[in-house]
Design a protein around this ligand. Sequence first.
Ligand SMILES: O=C(O)CCC(=O)Nc1cc2ccccc2cn1
Ligand SMILES: [Mn+2]
Length: 250
Amino acid sequence: GALPISPLSKQIDDRVIDHYSRVVVKDMNKWGVCAMNDFLGPEKGSLVLDEVLNMYSAGLFRDGQLVSQRGGAGDLRRAIRGDQITWLDGKEKECPNIGLLISQVDAIILRANKMLSNGKMGQYTINGRTKAMVACYPGNGSRYVKHVDNPNHDGRCVTAIYYLNRDWNVEQDGGLLRIFPEGWKDSVANIEPIFDRILFFWSDRRNPHEVQPAYRTRYAITLWYFDADERNMACQRYQQERKLSQSKNT
Ligand SMILES: O=C(O)CCC(=O)Nc1cc2ccccc2cn1
Ligand SMILES: [Mn+2]
């Protein structure tokens, strides 16, 4: 279900949020993609990384599932997406710094949603988000084949990814995120998953993307934000389909 976007928490400096929101709105409306470095700063970024490493060593991550059943067997699944994941709502007492990261991204999205350029982020009214998905590519060549996050109007409009990988060298370590933005003709966006970088992009068919094989453990935290109308429609469709399939089964 959709989690409410947490209101601005006291620790977050309002001017900082304002600055980031302006950059996000400008880049998203112009390019559909926005990357910003040094998002939390080295201290807070390290605290977030430590919490992720603690969860990983506690064995809380599971193999990412595939939408279609075809990838049942481990090998085929790993060939399609090799990530291991865990989901957080951001209020867990074991990871307060991940919670702070999430409320900072929420604050930026909330503010961006109210900004100029026809009063919203793109033409969306963002009113909620998924839980945070913490992902790890174990570095054995694990990858994620080219895909679209939201190909069928499930309500998700913005993907936000925070990267945690210190001293990442794409030539040796791989793990490049390559986005093929629809409006960019033949050029692509090559995003290195470097420590304390945050990335936003439209979740729909405008931004097919892939994670190239990673040869070192690669961590990231992803949030998906919902557009109110698209999400309501998707839930209604889902309810209809459930009723239909139940009536068929009876
Ligand atoms: O880590 C990155 O740079 C991006 C990785 C990525 O695209 N992950 C991802 C993970 C997903 C998990 C479930 C459903 C859809 C999903 C779509 N994308
Ligand atoms: Mn994706």
